[in-house]
Design a protein around this ligand. Structure first.
Ligand SMILES: [Cu+2]
Length: 170
């Protein structure tokens, strides 16, 4: 007790002096937001996923911007059988399965037998630069949270839908 009391008094005095200062050296911190942000499922604006993903997926941005620096949250809807060939990202990708069934695997070869099947509530975290792939085993919705700028590099350049010509799409 003998030691603690003087320390507390000194700290209190310092706080009091600081609060009474007439010329603060920096602007006071901005007030925190007064409200939370609610995004209902009905609020989501679904649109075709970016051309960096194989055709057929839909995407909705919940927060942030995957193209800009900083955290973001998006959702993706895949039709049954949708496949994202082996690829990697410059930042860690975190995927939560919301509905459906998603098989995920690692490596440079799409190996369905080696994939782990995830269901609603399951999460997979893919460290940056790790090679991985995914296959929807049913109509599936996932949520991705990661840090932008986000990008996707396919192990096999021929898998990149951005590089495919209309001739390839036959
Ligand atoms: Cu990925």
């Amino acid at each position: 007790m003998y030691v603690r009391i003087p320390v507390a008094v000194t700290l209190f005095a310092a706080l009091t002096v600081g609060a009474a200062a007439q010329t603060p050296k920096k602007a006071p911190p901005a007030a925190p937001p007064a409200h939370h942000t609610v995004v209902t499922a009905a609020d989501l604006k679904w649109q075709p996923a970016p051309p960096s993903l194989p055709a057929g997926a839909e995407a909705a941005v919940i927060s942030g911007d995957p193209m800009q620096a900083g955290p973001f949250v998006i959702r993706l809807k895949f039709p049954d059988g949708y496949t994202v060939p082996p690829h990697f990202h410059p930042t860690t990708e975190n995927v939560t399965v919301l509905s459906g069934s998603l098989a995920v695997g690692t490596g440079d070869t799409l190996d369905a037998a080696a994939a782990k099947v995830l269901g609603p509530g399951d999460i997979v975290m893919m460290p940056k630069a790790m090679h991985h792939f995914a296959m929807a085993k049913a109509a599936t919705t996932i949520q991705v949270h990661a840090t932008g700028p986000f990008a996707i590099t396919y192990i096999n350049p021929n898998d990149d839908p951005r590089k495919k010509t209309t001739t390839d799409a036959k």
